[in-house]
Ligand binder design. Structure first.
Ligand SMILES: Cc1ncc(COP(=O)(O)O)c(C=O)c1O
Length: 427
């Protein structure tokens, strides 16, 4: 059944490292890490070995049974995280884990209002979907009660400008909070945010922004839930993207990247919040709560990321990717902005250099052409937001593969723009 996703015409038969192979054996570079998840590339030999071992000896148990891989993963995660975030449990998807985090915030605070950015994506189940404003909001009936939206830090398109034309994020942020303070019925439980808004267009908050948001949440006794589905586990050049600022979220949610393509998500919090939730009768159980097989995979992912200094590698390769993209921006007028961190980079496509009107058709045409030429790169076309490529190759991508991807993108942009000007001339 179609689910609103326009399926790719390419049928992939095999995936290895950064490469996909279609049914004709054609190689395609995967610059989306699957669904932004396979950070160690496809079928990493050590991950394959863990899956083989655990499917053979400890696959899945009654949800109340705790196993060594789960204990190891919780301990390993606690070592990576700032001290107060000691307590974790494990689920499958980002939507589910955010759902649990939101429920925890409600239980702990005894309040029910949840704030999220206007360009947010936290999943599409009832609670996480209610806090998602970028897509999927329409025609599914009412959202959960108590959802409030906050202006996303979208420097390129924000109407908040200083006299010199630069982004006035402080005024925008204060305006956002003034709107929240007006709308709230006095029951603010949490702000759920991505440290870089990915689906919403790779929006990187300016320096100081997250810190200020943490302060504003604290002032209102709200919890800060950080959703690092796409940014966590080294993707941006830090283990977690919230570490670009001196903040500690109250609840951290990891998903996609933690399982490296397998369904694993984590919810981490403080001893105090855990205690408060228990006191308030918080319950979360699902069929695959704390499954040993996926926990063992998560353990191996974290072990490899630490052992192979993946975050450092991401800084180097991210700089290479960024330099190449900056060159493309100089060459092609339809690239409005390049933004991102590490190996999560966005290309904003415009159709008019003066008005900065989103270039949805151009973006789609470049994406289609790149796919034909052997590069899978995801374009998110959101009418109200913009048209933005999200480049997120595996963190194990080779230097040569980045160069190859950039070459294909260069050729794809050139092809699409020449074709456009040819068609305009012949009109
Ligand atoms: C930031 C973020 N949170 C949550 C989700 C939802 O995760 P899932 O699709 O695993 O439910 C996504 C998925 O794209 C995401 O990008």
């Amino acid at each position: 059944m179609a689910t609103g996703v326009s399926y790719s015409p390419v049928i992939i038969a095999r995936a290895k490292g950064t490469r996909l192979f279609d049914t004709n054996g054609r190689s395609i570079l995967d610059f989306t890490s699957g669904q932004m998840s396979s950070i160690l590339g496809h079928s990493h030999p050590e991950i394959v070995e863990v899956v083989r071992r655990y499917i053979g000896e400890l696959d899945h148990l009654l949800s109340s049974m705790i196993t060594q891989p789960v204990v190891d993963l919780a301990e390993r995660l606690a070592r990576f995280l700032p001290t107060p975030l000691k307590k974790s449990f494990f689920l499958n998807t980002g939507s589910e884990a955010n759902e649990a985090a939101i429920k925890m915030a409600k239980c702990y605070t005894g309040k029910f209002e949840i704030v999220a950015f206007t360009a947010s994506y936290h999943g599409l189940t009832s609670g996480s979907g209610s806090a998602t404003y970028s897509v999927g909001r329409k025609n599914g009936g009412p959202a959960m009660a108590g959802q409030l939206a906050f202006p996303a830090p979208y420097a390129y398109r924000s109407p908040f400008k200083k006299a010199d034309g630069s982004y006035d994020w402080e005024t925008e942020l204060e305006f956002g909070w003034s709107m929240i303070d007006r709308q709230t019925v006095g029951s603010l439980a949490a702000f759920i945010m991505e440290p870089i808004l990915s689906t919403g267009g790779i929006l990187v908050p300016p320096k100081g922004y997250l810190k200020r948001m943490a302060v504003e949440c604290k002032k209102r006794n709200m919890l800060l839930i950080m959703d690092e589905a796409q940014t966590g586990v080294g993707r941006t050049g830090q283990m977690f993207a919230f570490q670009y600022e001196d903040i500690v979220p109250d609840i951290l949610v990891l998903s996609k990247t933690l399982g490296c393509g397998l369904p694993l998500a984590s919810v981490s919090t403080t001893v105090e919040i855990e205690r408060g939730c228990n006191k308030a009768g918080f319950i979360w159980i699902s069929t695959h709560l704390n499954d040993p097989l996926t926990a063992a995979v998560g353990n191996k992912v974290l072990e490899i990321v630490e052992r192979d200094h993946i975050a450092e590698r991401v800084k180097r390769l991210g700089a290479q990717l960024r330099a190449g993209l900056d060159k493309l921006q100089e060459k092609y007028w339809c690239i409005g902005e390049i933004r991102g961190r590490g190996l999560l980079q966005g290309i904003e496509i415009i159709s008019d250099a003066d008005t900065k009107a989103p270039g949805l058709d151009i973006g789609q045409a470049v994406s289609d052409r790149a796919m034909l030429m052997g590069l899978s790169c995801n374009i998110v076309n959101l009418h109200e937001l913009g048209s933005v490529f999200r480049l997120a190759p595996p963190l194990t991508v080779l230097k040569e593969e980045i160069e190859e991807g950039l070459r294909i993108l260069d050729d794809a942009f050139a092809f699409v723009l020449i074709l456009r000007s040819f068609m305009a001339d012949s009109d």
